[in-house]
Design a protein around this ligand. Structure first.
Ligand code: PMP
Length: 283
């Protein structure tokens, strides 16, 4: 697998970075995961805009212009043997000695990108839905930044895995924020509800796509706080992310969601999402 490190392409297994890298020592960096279908990066500009915003939020200078990012990503995509890919991209503040919390005076950001083969969500998950648990959201107050420091998300996801379910849904002060690695939507009486973007959640690229598709197809949406009660009383529950697309959650904390089956609005939205992916691929 050919990967990218600081402007150079080389086999992933050969790449090396300093142990003094602040990504390694402090989790001091930001990342993106970009899905690629048939060698076309999906929503690339939106990912690059989010990356630029995240870099600005953590005060790391963006190492490349949008067009330079596009070129490097194109080159990475074309260096792979497989056509459906997930591109992982991270920028850390770079390496500096001695180790100290404050920004180093001189450090070059470390830019790493690699591609994995992208597997679509299994047909069984799409057709029958998945299960989830709820977890207390113990994260910091800047969850809108796609930071590589993901310890709380890692622990929440492992709780889900230990419980034998697909996702941990995070609750902060009695309200839904998001999943450990996804955004969450509910449906009640035909209306789609999801929290409005805030500092307590990451605004997913998929979240935005779902809202656009709902609007274009006259599916009613309300951006509003989703309480724990609303979550448990929902007719339908969905998770969204770049890799999982949109999946129905049919069981929450061991209880059926709605009638325990994949719901009708989910089926509509899943179809819209697949069609939208196709139009982008054939552009
Ligand atoms: N929230 C969190 C915490 C995530 O980690 C992710 C994706 N990994 C998302 C939401 C969904 O974002 P996207 O749709 O851009 O993949």
């Amino acid at each position: 697998k050919i990967a990218f490190l600081n402007g150079q392409f080389a086999p992933l297994a050969e790449l090396k970075i300093s142990v003094m890298d602040r990504g390694f020592l402090f989790g001091d960096g930001v990342y993106e995961m970009i899905p690629v279908y048939q060698r076309v990066a999906f929503r690339l500009d939106e990912h690059l805009v989010r990356l630029a915003n995240n870099l600005a939020q953590v005060r790391i200078e963006n190492p490349y212009s949008i067009s330079a990012w596009r070129e490097h990503i194109q080159a990475l995509i074309h260096a792979q043997t497989f056509v459906d890919q997930s591109i992982y991209l991270q920028v850390s503040r770079g390496s500096a000695y001695p180790r100290q919390h404050a920004f180093p005076l001189e450090a070059m950001p470390t830019v790493l990108m690699f591609a994995d083969e992208l597997e679509p969500p299994p047909a069984l998950a799409v057709e029958c839905g998945v299960s989830a648990i709820t977890c207390n959201d113990v994260r910091w107050q800047r969850c809108n930044i796609k930071a590589i420091s993901l310890l709380a998300n890692v622990l929440a996801k492992q709780e889900a895995v230990d419980a034998g379910v697909a996702e941990a849904i995070l609750l902060r002060d009695g309200d839904l924020t998001e999943g450990a690695a996804s955004n969450i939507f509910i449906v009640k009486d035909g209306v789609i509800y999801t929290p409005a973007p805030s500092n307590l959640m990451l605004t997913g690229i998929t979240y935005d796509v779902i809202l656009e598709l709902a609007q274009q197809h006259d599916l009613p949406v309300t951006l509003a706080p989703v309480t724990e009660q609303m979550l448990r009383d929902a007719d339908e529950l969905w998770l969204t992310s770049s890799s999982k697309e949109v999946l129905a959650i049919v069981n929450l904390d061991g209880q059926a969601v709605g009638n325990g089956q994949v719901g009708p609005i989910y089926k509509i939205m899943y179809g819209l999402y697949q069609n939208f992916k196709m139009t982008v691929m054939h552009r």
